[in-house]
Ligand binder design. Sequence first.
Ligand code: PMP
Ligand code: GLN
Length: 385
Amino acid sequence: MNRYLVERLQPFGTTIFAEMSALAVETGAINLGQGFPDSDGPDLVKQAAVDAIRAGHNQYPPGIGVPELRTAIRAHQQRFYGLDYDAGAEILVTAGATEAIAAALLALCSPGDEVVTFEPYYDSYAACIAMAGATRRVVTLRAPDYSFEPDELRAAITPRTRLVLLNSPHNPTGKVFTRAELALVADLAREHDLLVVTDEVYEHLVYDGEHVPMATLPGMRDRTVTIGSGGKTFAFTGWKVGWACASPELVIAVKTAKQFLTYVSSGPFQYAIAVGLQLPDSYFVQFRDEMLEKRNRLCAGLTDAGFDVLRPQGTYFATVDIRSHGETDGLAFCRSLPRRCGVVAVPSVVFYDDVEAGAPLVRFACCKRTEVLDEACTRLKSLAK
Ligand code: PMP
Ligand code: GLN
């Protein structure tokens, strides 16, 4: 309880990522909690950022983003999905996907509106829905396969529903929504005249299945705000370059909120991410293959350490059920883990309203060097003894 903080933000203390990363620093534990890679992305992209700084691209960039990046985003959406966005009117560069999510919710929701989302949900969704004065209606993805009941989704939609906030590939579960699941969301959006805000920051990290952008489904392009980020795809999470693609009117709406959040951001990094987005297909294939190898290594190591592993189909993350270790409280488990065996993880329960569903689940990040993953798994194995 903080006596100054407004009521609608009272439930939101320090993010779990900050808490767990601080615990990792304090205890010197291996950090498989917060999802950031422990090695940098391509040198070419790094050099492009240095070059942009040296070339003097150091003042406010245009509010919608530098033309080089918007053109590169356009070409990326065209190359991978056949989606055609006008680089001048249908693309908005933001301070990471986080700002795109916040700006979209602030721009599109009125107080009292409802937002339908799936749980577990990425933590900023709940906070941004609250900041917009809206209410979340949550549909649970049930472990172990993280499917959902179509009727639960139908029931979550009410006359007050404004939009569906979707995330695929999904953090924290690693679920990749199937085309049929997305088609159901799309059918309901069209039937009830809803917008869809879709967070696709892990679009290039699909190991099983395929990434289907919501905007490619029939009738969805003009009611969908598609959010992406350079952070994950190029392993530069600290640069905070994200974007939103949508119809001109939706982009104007999101921009109206965005311009008063940060106005603009990341000038030189925008040029660098533009270079990244133009890398050949081979970069994206290799990036996925390397992360697939890490996913497999982490899942094998966690299994060997005695956990029931919920194998992810995409993203940076794998989840375990700690009941295999006779434990049920993931939050207590994660708070004690660094001191017990020198590893940090994230308790999935913080991403759930249904506390019972999330309590025994713990998320580990696989986006680390293989020797780090191996050492973490060796340490975790000592727990079982
Ligand atoms: N959405 C999801 C699902 C994420 O996992 C993250 C975290 N990296 C973000 C959005 C935020 O992305 P960014 O760092 O580009 O703000
Ligand atoms: N998206 C990252 C994760 O899920 C963390 C980003 C953040 O700390 N906000 O671990």
